[in-house]
Design a binder for this molecule. Structure first.
Ligand SMILES: Nc1ncnc2c1ncn2[C@@H]1O[C@H](COP(=O)(O)OP(=O)(O)OP(=O)(O)O)[C@@H](O)[C@H]1O
Length: 359
């Protein structure tokens, strides 16, 4: 495969900027709504940054500020080191080409063939036909659709349309691929294959990707870092595994709720604050704490009995992150000893309550 994402970009622009995007204190109001309320954010070269937020959080306004469709009331938008928020339409055009976009509904031109769709950004950039066709064929190879060059979008599946969208977005060698809910209209299996393709392109060619989504699953699958946006503010930001391991904001905790092990409802429904029967202990572990033989050490060292009732450990970006639920019979003393033992090993523990009788 002979695809060079720096080809055609002057060397001084291709190599200089460690940060592809930098937003500083971005603000945009619509009447009384602060769509962006002081957003500062950086997208580093070569990374996949995921921005997640609920409906109305400010994601679309952020994207529009990034590609110059919206002017912020204040703050700055740097693309490859150049401030764009006050540029006129003429100066914006070449800068917009530095950002390739893929969309939820693909936005392909239905009257044009696949190869024409992919080559369109090159045509607009004034590239000659032979070069356009060569480059489009190369990109269709990259996204696994060489045989569909002459097809029309209506003849493709959703996943194939998005592959064409990706090829088109990459045609003009962008510095940044901006993915706006690009897998939201796809079934889970197709979503996985599109995300795998994006990750592969990121790893092989160092392409910087900014993913906008409302699905934590998308973030977990491929992002390196995540920023959580709510009511126009970034409420949490960090490496994906660490935000999954220790979500600090309530919004992040809610977004993660369906993805982390939860206490089974039949036990949750019987929880009582009264210290009777068995105590239910929640244990959150990550990193080194999750690499140890924590439970067998606990049983061997403290000689307390307990049972594991639910939980799991998954690997995110190579880091183990997990939640376990134990039931511990006996008095509060044992529970305190167990908690202390686990905390000393780096785990977080919380006594959720007690369950009387057989659970
Ligand atoms: N042109 C506009 N006029 C008035 N209000 C707007 C406009 N654009 C956005 N808003 C408001 O700003 C807030 C942020 O909207 P935005 O579309 O950026 O959120 P979003 O996170 O993209 O939501 P969604 O995921 O539903 O697309 C919302 O309260 C929205 O109603």
């Amino acid at each position: 495969m002979n695809v060079h994402f720096s080809a055609g970009v002057p060397v001084e622009r291709a190599g200089l900027h460690h940060d592809v995007v930098r937003l500083t204190d971005l603000r945009r109001r619509f009447g009384r709504t602060a769509a962006l309320d002081g957003v500062s954010l950086t997208v580093h070269k070569g990374e996949i940054l995921g921005i997640i937020g609920r409906s109305g959080a400010g994601k679309s306004t952020l994207i529009r500020c990034l590609n110059g469709l919206e002017r912020p009331d204040s703050g700055e938008v740097f693309i490859e080191g150049r401030e764009i928020s006050r540029l006129g339409e003429r100066d914006l055009q070449p800068l917009r080409r530095r950002i390739g976009m893929i969309f939820q509904h693909f936005n392909l031109l239905s009257a044009k063939t696949v190869v024409q769709n992919v080559a369109l950004p090159l045509k607009i950039a004034g590239i000659g036909k032979a070069e356009r066709v060569r480059r489009a064929a190369e990109l269709l190879d990259l996204v696994g659709l060489p045989e569909k060059a002459g097809s029309y979008p209506a003849q493709l599946s959703g996943g194939q349309k998005q592959r064409v969208g990706i090829a088109r977005a990459l045609a003009a060698n962008p510095a940044l691929l901006l993915s706006d809910e690009a897998t939201s209209a796809l079934d889970p299996e197709t979503t996985r294959s599109i995300l795998a393709l994006l990750k592969d392109i990121n790893r092989r060619f160092g392409l910087t990707i900014l993913l906008i989504t409302h699905e934590m699953e998308v973030i977990r699958s491929i992002a390196d870092r995540v920023a959580v946006i709510d009511q126009g503010r970034i409420v949490e930001e960090g490496p994906v595994w660490s935000v999954f391991a220790e979500p600090k904001s309530e919004v992040t905790q809610r977004l993660l709720a369906g993805m982390r092990p939860q206490l089974p409802p039949e036990i949750a429904g019987r929880l009582s604050p009264e210290p009777v029967g068995e105590a239910v202990l929640r244990i959150d572990i990550f990193g080194d704490a999750a690499r140890q033989a924590l439970l067998s050490d606990l049983a061997g060292t403290l000689k307390v009995s307990f049972r594991l009732i639910h939980g799991g450990i998954e690997t995110i970006q190579g880091e183990p992150v997990g939640t376990l639920f134990l039931m511990i019979p006996g008095g509060g003393e044992d529970v305190a000893r167990v908690s202390q033992f686990l905390q000393a090993r780096g785990a977080r523990t919380e006594v959720l309550g007690h369950v009387a009788g057989d659970a």
